[in-house]
Design a protein around this ligand. Structure first.
Ligand code: ZN
Length: 561
């Protein structure tokens, strides 16, 4: 491995002088998050996406190979944080360039980057409290709300299909990717010394027949295609009737006198839920449900819904949503919809007894106001918690969907008595067939297809499929892989080395506080054994004391039983 890395580096040194147009793969290589690509062409330094890494980190992302203050342009596919979330860092590092996106992406970034910065600040403050107690040096947040506000001044919003002359030799065009409001694939035309090369970055490719937004536009011919592969090994299966499933859940919960609580991602999924709620209310078959109240309780979701409502962003809607608007029907508003902006409004929701639908964030229940609603509704057998999105490993949402019977929320143990159900099949990403359809439209074979934005084995498997089933020259690059755009020569192979998991030392000094605790644990085991055959009353008392101790000191604090 080291040898191949080294040979790649040697190769780059030999050929650097000739290379004038270069593409470097930085993030989302053999991973799903942290999208980032670096391009050098026409004497300009360009980033395509600059996203945050989220969740488990398998490979160290490639660093942007130049100082961030030297970047001239950013071409942004869409507003999701794993594509846009590092942009405020540019502001912090003195970036003075231009960020190109669609108008809707620019508007969504206006709220999402501030939200992300707020989370960074809060998390840093939590860490620093611990650091202060331990006498350690404080660490500043990755970026601040001020950085997020500052970077918004560098955005320029464009429409789909518009050819944008960025500078001499560089043109770009945003094509609808059907994944999120304003999401785009980006065509980039680079001309140097009379040679023009076209790159097509897929961005995240949407699923078909989603509410509000259009289906993804298929790929166009390009010299190099860089595409995502999130579901490159999976099919979504039959599309269920969401409106019917949802109305059934609401009906049976209301008949029990309970609330339907929906943990939902604030941007995209929440607006889809509002669309379905309006459909339920518009359908005469659901008259028995009456004009039931729906509470939207997430400041970010409310702001995002406001952006969907702005007329400038309605040009991104699909035909169905536009025809509703023409008839004077707002696709995501209906009578009985209540927006809870302040925390007082949020608290009042659980004060009234009337059965209701509560949509709140975060979608995986690990933060935000949803935790309050779970605390108030989980223990009530008449209520339902309805999951409408992916639940990552280790989250409260995952624990609930896996059937745990008791959870700890804000330090309180809550029995799970409510009905837990999932509306499956809702995905903002194309499945393996959708991805193949997207690229099957091309007439001219690209020089190469680079498969990114997929889990380690998934992007390799999808690249193999493209090679064997569609006869394309496909590969899944690793971080730091780079190519000469002019010739197509691979300059560096990239770093295949996985991040080593830190192995905790098993040697603990018996004099350290933790070492003493381990010794006490051994003694406890011995003491337990000494009590074998003791009186039932004594054993029960001892057991209760041990359980109380465990409950008090369990630092995971999530699930007990
Ligand atoms: Zn996305």
């Amino acid at each position: 491995m080291q040898q191949s890395l080294l040979s790649g580096i040697i190769k780059v040194v030999r050929e650097e002088r000739m290379v004038t147009m270069k593409l470097v793969f930085c993030g989302a290589c053999h991973e799903v998050t942290g999208s980032c690509y670096y391009i050098e062409a026409c004497n300009k330094k360009i980033l395509v996406d600059y996203g945050l890494e989220q969740g488990v980190n398998v490979y160290e992302s490639g660093k942007v190979p130049v100082p961030l203050s030297d970047i001239d342009y950013v071409f942004l596919t869409h507003a999701h944080i794993d594509h846009s979330g590092k942009l405020p860092l540019l502001a912090a590092e003195g970036f003075n360039g231009r960020i190109f996106s669609t108008v809707a992406t620019m508007n969504l970034c206006g709220i999402m980057l501030q939200d992300s910065a707020h989370i960074q600040e809060v998390e840093a403050e939590w860490d620093n409290r611990k650091r202060r107690r331990a006498g350690k040096v404080e660490i500043p947040p990755l970026y601040t709300v001020e950085d997020a506000l500052s970077i918004l001044n560098n955005f320029e919003g464009y429409r789909y299909g518009e050819i944008i002359s960025v500078c001499d030799g560089i043109q770009i065009r945003f094509i609808d990717a059907g994944h999120l409001l304003g999401s785009a694939s980006i065509e980039i035309y680079l001309t140097e010394n009379g040679v023009t090369k076209k790159l097509l970055f897929s961005g995240d490719i949407g699923n078909t027949d989603r509410p509000l937004i259009r289906n993804p536009m298929p790929a166009s011919d390009a010299d190099y295609i860089i595409m995502e592969s999130t579901y490159g090994d999976r099919e979504h299966g039959m599309v269920p009737d969401y409106v019917k499933s949802l109305s059934n859940v609401i009906r049976r919960t209301f008949e029990r006198g309970g609330n339907v609580v929906i943990p939902s991602f604030a941007v995209g999924r929440t607006q889809e839920m509002l669309y379905y709620m309006r459909q339920i209310k518009d359908d005469p078959k659901n008259r028995d449900l009456g004009d039931f109240p729906v509470y939207l309780d997430s400041p970010l979701a409310i702001e995002a819904t406001g952006i969907y409502e702005e007329s400038a962003n309605r040009e991104y809607f699909d035909e169905e949503a536009l025809s509703l608007l023409e008839k004077g029907i707002d696709p995501i508003k209906f009578s009985g919809l209540n927006l809870s902006i302040t925390s007082e409004q949020s608290k009042e929701i659980n004060f009234n007894e009337e059965p209701k639908v509560i949509i709140s964030a975060s979608g995986m229940c690990d933060a935000g106001r949803i935790k309050h609603h779970l605390k108030h509704n989980l223990w009530r057998p008449e209520c339902t918690i309805l999951f409408v999105g992916y639940q990552a490993n280790g989250t409260l949402g995952r624990a609930l969907t896996e059937g745990c019977k008791q959870v700890k929320i804000f330090g309180d143990e809550i029995d799970v008595e409510a009905e837990i159900c999932q509306l499956s099949g809702l995905s903002a990403h194309a499945d393996v067939n959708g991805l193949k359809n997207w690229i099957s439209n091309i007439e001219r074979k690209p020089e190469r297809v680079f498969v990114c934005h997929g889990e380690d084995t998934v992007c390799d498997a999808f690249a193999d499929r493209l090679s064997y089933e569609m006869n394309l020259n496909a590969m899944a690059p690793y971080p730091y892989a780079s190519i000469d755009i002019g010739t197509g020569i691979i300059l560096t192979e990239g770093n295949r080395e996985k991040i080593k998991k830190k192995e905790k030392s098993s040697i603990v000094s018996p004099k350290s506080p933790y070492g003493r605790l381990l010794l006490a644990m051994k003694r406890l085991e011995t003491v337990v054994k000494h009590n074998e055959g003791g009186a039932n009353k004594d054993l029960a008392k001892f057991t209760d004391q041990l359980i109380a101790l465990c409950d008090k000191w369990d630092r995971l604090g999530l699930i007990i039983s």
